[in-house]
Structures are given as structure tokens and as C-alpha cells.
Design a protein around this ligand. Structure first.
Ligand SMILES: [Fe+2]
Length: 192
């Protein structure tokens, strides 16, 4: 028996409970579809920027666990980019990007914070702080996109987006665990 995903169960409950929803055709030319496309362009820009930013974080990290987590995150980011290309394909749209000012701000903040970072626990704690803000932005965007896809009954797109959403949530949990187990206590012993 295959495991039922959150997407499967939401779609199942919608199809059994609603009989006054707009037609699929109407939804696909709606304002909601415009929002969906805009958010896809936003997150594609974000993922492409992160391909450039994560290696800098890896080069500044010291804890092996953090280096491993960031390296995994870099690999997942590449997969998420190709997954987004598949999502664009499901709506018969060519993949494109739109600069995300919010993420540009988060990346600029991280760059500033890490500029004079001396390798060690304090720098590792700073990297985690920056990376978790970025993760939370991605979780919010993928969560919204999955929900929009489900509303418009774009089942394949919803499943692809859910996969990336789960990866982001898992990356965030991993960073919290690393901070707690290997970094924060050591950073707390460094005098300001
Ligand atoms: Fe990502």
C-alpha cells in the first residue's frame, strides 16, 4: 500500500466535499494562477542565488556536522531547481525568474554578518542564524505554492512542491539540532 501524502488527502477531501468550486479551466486563467506563477519565479530566483551563497557559508563553517548539512542543502537546492522546472512544465510555462527583494535582503544581511567572521563556534552560530532565516522564507513560499497548486487541482505540481517543502523543513530541523548539540554552548563561552 502506498503512503498517502498530505497533498493526496487534501485533494481527496476537496473533491468529495465541494460542488460549487470554479471549473479547472476557469482556475487556470484566474488571478490565482498569476499569483502562482509569480511565486514560482520568485522561488526559482531564490534557489539560483543560494547556489552562489551556500558555498561561501561552507567555506566559513568549522563544525563537520554543519559543513555536511550545508553540503546536503546545496545538493538539494540543485534538485529543487530542476523540480521547479518540472512545475513550470505542468502549467506549460517556460521557467523564468523574478528578483525576490526579501531574499536579496536576507542574503545581504548574511554577507554583512559573515564578512569579518573568524572561523569557530561564533561564526558557525552566525551561519546557522542566517541559514535558518533563509530556510523559513523558503518554507513559507513552498507552503503557499503547494496550497495554491492544490486549490487549482494541479496535482503533479502540488506533489513536487510538497517534496521541496519537506526538504526545507527537514533542513531547518537539522540546523536547530546542530546548533543545540555542537555549537551554541561553545559559542556561549566566547567573551564579547
Ligand atoms: Fe531551497
Amino acid at each position: 500500500m502506498t503512503m498517502q501524502t498530505e497533498t493526496d488527502s487534501i485533494i481527496q477531501s476537496r473533491t468529495t466535499s465541494s460542488n460549487n468550486t470554479p471549473s479547472k479551466r476557469a482556475m487556470h486563467s484566474s488571478k490565482l494562477m498569476t499569483l502562482f506563477e509569480d511565486q514560482l519565479k520568485d522561488i526559482l530566483w531564490v534557489e539560483k542565488e543560494l547556489i552562489k551563497s551556500i558555498p561561501r557559508m561552507i567555506s566559513l563553517a568549522s563544525a563537520v556536522e554543519l559543513i555536511e548539512a550545508l553540503t546536503t542543502n546545496l545538493e538539494q537546492t540543485k534538485e529543487q531547481i530542476s523540480r521547479l522546472a518540472q512545475v513550470f512544465r505542468t502549467i506549460e510555462t517556460k521557467p523564468s525568474t523574478d528578483k525576490c527583494e526579501a531574499m536579496a535582503g536576507l542574503i545581504a544581511e548574511a554577507t554583512d554578518m559573515l564578512e569579518d567572521c573568524e572561523k569557530g563556534p561564533w561564526c558557525d552560530a552566525s551561519i546557522i542564524s542566517a541559514a535558518q532565516k533563509i530556510e523559513h522564507y523558503e518554507i513559507a513560499t513552498y507552503g503557499t505554492l503547494r496550497e495554491l497548486a492544490e486549490t487549482m487541482e494541479l496535482i503533479d505540481a502540488a506533489k513536487l512542491l510538497e517534496k521541496s517543502l519537506e526538504e526545507e523543513k527537514s533542513a531547518d530541523r537539522t540546523l536547530t539540532a546542530i546548533a543545540r548539540e555542537f555549537i551554541n554552548m561553545d559559542a556561549a563561552s566566547i567573551q564579547a
